[in-house]
Every structure is written in structure tokens, then in C-alpha cells.
Ligand binder design. Structure first.
Ligand code: ZN
Length: 183
């Protein structure tokens, strides 16, 4: 049976979600159309709005709907600390603990030269500028950099590509990652 082209288009669009294959996409689209058209419209509008308005913070690269994110604008945060995380999801996990009061740098990926992801794509130049501003006293590498396939190694390699990043290489191991004291 040939399915309507609008349904086929919806199924195809849903497959951009991680872990969603053709069967899951078909199940979701049929559910939305069969039982929740209002939900389907709300979802479409929310997706379009987010895609049009969410950008990366000019300071830390976190998601935001302003030029500078809420965390970077919060005067109560400790501006001498920067925690380096791989994704906005990692940042949210740390924020959920309520224990960290410093700022962040979000890499938005991991070093992968074959895919064209180098230090610049990870925003390490941006991080370096923040460190050089003189206000930052310590850079903390989140616990995802503690060993593992995508561990500290990639960032270490990134920092090795040019002397300008060497200030991020030395560090001492702590309970939840690497801490690099800058002064
Ligand atoms: Zn920010």
C-alpha cells in the first residue's frame, strides 16, 4: 500500500531523532495523527520556534535564546572557575546537582580530525580568550575526560596541536575530573 506523501514525509522527518528507525517513526506519526493532533501541532510549533530562536551562547557555547546564556549572565556564579563539558546535556547534569557554582565551556563534540573537528570547532580558541582575560583561576575538565575512548586524550591532543593551547594540558587528577590551576 502506498502511504500518503504527507505521512511519508513525517516519518522521514522523525528519523532525524537519535535511535529512531523507520518502524519507530511510523509508530510515533500514527500515534500523533490518530490520538493527539493538538499535541502534534504543539510539537511542530515548539520545534520550529526552538530551531529559529535557540542559539549558542557567545561566551560558553551553551544553548540560549539570548546572545549570552543565563548562567554566564548570573552575577552569583563564581567567574574564576570554568568547567569544560562535551555537550549541553553534560552541563545540565552538573547543574542538576546544584553543587557547582562556576561557569562552563561547552565543546559541542569531541576531537575528530577525520570528521573535520579540530580545536577551533571545539571552541578552544574561545576558551583560551576567556582564560587569558585573567579572571579565570581554574579550569575543570568534567568526568567524561577521565579515561575511556573519548576520555581526556582527545582534548589533550587538541591542546597539543599548537602551543597556544598548552595552558590547558597540565593538570592534576581529582575525584571527578581534571583540575588545571592557572595561577
Ligand atoms: Zn554562556
Amino acid at each position: 500500500m502506498k502511504i500518503p506523501s504527507a505521512l511519508s514525509r513525517l516519518n522521514e522527518a522523525l528519523r532525524c531523532l537519535p535511535g529512531v528507525g523507520s518502524k519507530s517513526a511510523a509508530r510515533m506519526s500514527l500515534h500523533l495523527l490518530q490520538t493527539d493532533r493538538a499535541g502534534a501541532r504543539a510539537l511542530a510549533e515548539a520545534l520550529a520556534h526552538a530551531a529559529d530562536h535557540i542559539v549558542h551562547c557567545a561566551t560558553c557555547r551553551n544553548f540560549t535564546d539570548n546572545e549570552i546564556c543565563e548562567i554566564c549572565r548570573d552575577v552569583r556564579r563564581d567567574t574564576t572557575l570554568i568547567c569544560v563539558v562535551e555537550t549541553p546535556s553534560d552541563l545540565l547534569s552538573i547543574e542538576a546537582t546544584g553543587l557547582y557554582t562556576g561557569l562552563y565551556h561547552v565543546l559541542l563534540g569531541h576531537l575528530s580530525p577525520l570528521d573535520g573537528v579540530g580545536p577551533h570547532q571545539l571552541g578552544l580558541d574561545l576558551l583560551e580568550d576567556r582564560v587569558k582575560s585573567g579572571q579565570v583561576g581554574e579550569v575543570i575538565f568534567g568526568d567524561q575526560f577521565n579515561g575511556g575512548r573519548r576520555g581526556y586524550g582527545p582534548l589533550h591532543s587538541a591542546t597539543d596541536e599548537g602551543n597556544e593551547y598548552h595552558c590547558f594540558v597540565s593538570g592534576s587528577r581529582c575525584a571527578n575530573g581534571w583540575r588545571t590551576r592557572l595561577r
